[in-house]
Design a protein around this ligand. Structure first.
Ligand code: UDP
Ligand code: MN
Length: 369
């Protein structure tokens, strides 16, 4: 037989085999396709806790329907949101290109407060965003308060700092916040004021883009140019640095915090603050930008009431990390968002929360998109 003939025989055998295998392959492809579709459907459900802020309209509709059909009671819904939060980080790793490495449990959230504000500022936080980070959020105050100790499940920390708004008292509180963070094994330290609303899932997702083993100082300045101070050490030499406004919130990576220890831990944050005679957030900028020469990374999604809240576009709200409010003379500087009557929700945090997380049981309507 010629070589050509052999080739023909082989090719006939091949095509017979192909016919058999084609059926098997078709069946297999169907199975794979089915498994993949199931995975996608499962994912769109399981992502619910990772942050409603980041899911698509379609996903949100699915989620709403899902929640509705299961008729979740509030407590259940809250627990689920909290519980599925870290677990979804794992499940979503199967289909995302970059496996998420940051979970809520990696973040230490500290809120600065004072005894006179417990009654007026803490209840709205406890009702809203605290519910999404109960275990990770700590309140740093200046008195014992049994009532709020109980309401926060023991998350009030009495710094024993003075309860006044002076530089020393504020640096004292920041010092305790910082030392408490260092005593944990958390990857991120995020500070907020008690007039901040924190979009918790968005914060976690945002931090996921950064490596906590690198030096990161993430926040937003409230001035247009770096602060310029005259150094006492080096004869009237000017020192220029940026700082993140404390009232907008800011985060530090653990790597950076560890490098700050010689000038900021064990109470040294207070003495450093005393040296430059500036408030806590400015002292933070001085230590990081000037002493350690690590630059502030500007994050536009942090907001203090030093900027007009009404400029945050409605369609951008879900993407923001923090919000604030203030009453200046007779005018409220608040987020512009529909929802509850101003009588009940002057600072708009309740409406904001329902906009972001409509499944909470005190939220009257399902969000129209
Ligand atoms: N604060 C404090 N001690 C005080 C007054 C205020 O620790 O005596 C805290 C307060 O709880 C808040 C932050 O400092 O977290 C900023 O306070 P506030 O919003 O009253 O003032 P702002 O600096 O924003 O104008
Ligand atoms: Mn404030």
């Amino acid at each position: 037989m010629s070589k050509e003939g052999e080739t023909v025989v082989y090719s006939i055998d091949h095509s017979k085999m192909n016919l058999k295998h084609r059926k098997v392959l078709q069946t297999l492809s169907c199975a794979v396709l089915l498994a993949y579709t199931s995975l996608l459907v499962y994912q769109s459900f399981s992502r619910s806790g990772r942050g409603l802020s980041q899911i698509s309209k379609k996903d949100n509709q699915i989620l709403k329907k899902y929640n509705y059909e299961r008729n979740l009671a509030q407590e259940q819904s809250l627990n689920e949101l909290e519980g599925s939060y870290s677990s979804t980080e794992i499940s979503s790793a199967t289909a995302t290109a970059k496996p998420p490495t940051t979970t809520l449990d990696d973040v230490f959230i500290s809120v600065k407060t004072t005894r006179n504000y417990h009654g007026s500022r803490l209840p709205i936080i406890l009702k809203t965003w605290f519910q999404l980070a109960k275990k990770q959020t700590w309140f740093f105050t200046d008195t014992e308060d049994q009532d709020f100790q109980q309401k926060t499940n023991g998350h009030m920390i009495n710094t024993n700092c003075s309860s006044s708004h002076n530089r020393k008292a504020l640096c004292c509180k920041m010092s305790v916040e910082f030392d408490t963070f260092l005593s944990t094994d958390k990857k991120w330290f995020c500070h907020f004021d008690d007039d901040n609303y924190v979009n918790v899932p968005r914060l976690v997702r945002f931090l996921g883009d950064y490596n906590p083993r690198e030096d990161w100082y993430l926040g937003k300045p409230s001035i247009q140019a770096p602060l310029e101070i005259v150094s006492k050490d080096k004869k009237s030499q000017k020192v220029r640095f940026w700082f993140a406004t404390g009232g907008a919130g800011f985060c530090l990576s653990r790597a950076l915090a560890l490098k700050m220890m010689p000038v900021a831990s064990d109470g040294k944050f207070i003495s450093t603050g005393e040296k430059i005679r500036l408030p806590d957030d400015v002292t933070m900028g001085y230590i990081i930008e000037h002493l350690l020469k690590k630059p502030l990374t500007v994050v536009d999604q942090f907001h203090s009431h030093l900027e007009p809240m009404k400029f945050i576009r409605r369609d951008m709200i879900e993407d923001q990390i923090s919000f604030s409010y203030a009453k200046i003379k007779d005018e409220w500087n608040v987020v512009r968002i529909e929802g509850f009557d101003e009588k009940y929700d002057q600072n708009r945090f309740l409406s904001l929360h329902c906009f972001l997380f409509p499944q909470f049981n005190f939220c009257p309507t399902r969000r129209k998109r």
